[in-house]
Design a protein around this ligand. Structure first.
Ligand SMILES: C[S@@+](CC[C@H](N)C(=O)[O-])C[C@H]1O[C@@H](n2cnc3c(N)ncnc32)[C@H](O)[C@@H]1O
Length: 205
């Protein structure tokens, strides 16, 4: 099922809803599967959880950059998703049981520009590689659900709930670029070796 949510409708609710409309969408999806234990591999500042942190019993986060958090996680690993995957596989990191793995890769939206010289740009990886490793990680951790925020619906599992999110576009040339998808997948039948992009054996060592 695809549900359409318009940012302006969320913002009309005022207060924190107006400031964190994405959190409204994410919290709604987490609630739909009663997910109370979460692993977010592209944690950022944690704005996804601003409206439902109280309902989350365990919030495990990882990100190669430690930003200034809006919401603090319970545990944080300063790692890329493939580093985390590798450490989990080797048994160096034991992630407690979680209900859902969340992935919100950077850079797929061309209107977002990053400072070329920023250390941030030295973090290698494409969105598809980040998504690929998120699926692999969900698989080794035996996590049934993966929540992906992306510009299209990928074939990485069975979509169980999709929210098409529309935001306000000031200019007409942004037509079609002002929407994204929050897709809740069931990835329980996905093979760990399946890739959406060819990967390199040495990348995460
Ligand atoms: C779009 S932001 C996530 C925002 C987040 N959902 C929030 O609510 O604040 C993407 C994040 O991915 C992180 N990132 C960049 N390269 C990565 C990688 N290789 N593995 C995991 N995360 C990565 C960035 O540091 C950034 O925080």
């Amino acid at each position: 099922m695809i549900e359409v949510v318009d940012q302006r409708d969320v913002q009309r609710k005022g207060g924190v809803y107006a400031r964190f409309p994405q959190s409204y969408v994410v919290c709604r999806l987490l609630k739909s599967i009663n997910a109370r234990r979460v692993l977010d591999v592209t944690y950022g500042v944690g704005r996804f959880y601003r409206l439902c942190r109280d309902g989350i019993e365990l919030l495990v986060a990882s990100d190669p950059v430690k930003w200034e958090w809006v919401v603090a996680p319970d545990t944080f690993y300063q790692l890329t998703v493939w580093q985390l995957y590798d450490r989990v596989k080797r048994g160096d990191i034991v992630v407690p049981r979680v209900d859902v793995l969340v992935c919100d890769p950077p850079r797929w939206n061309t209107s977002v520009s990053y400072n070329r010289r920023s250390p941030y740009n030295f973090i290698i990886g494409t969105p598809s590689l980040i998504i690929d490793y998120s699926v692999k990680l969900a698989n080794v951790l035996n996590v049934k659900h993966l929540l992906l925020h992306y510009n299209r619906i990928l074939n990485i599992g069975k979509p169980v709930h999709v929210i098409e999110f529309h935001w306000f576009a000031r200019y007409l040339n942004t037509e079609g670029k002002n929407k994204s998808y929050y897709i809740l997948y069931d990835v329980s039948s996905i093979d760990e070796q399946q890739s959406i992009e060819p990967t390199f054996g040495t990348l995460y060592t």
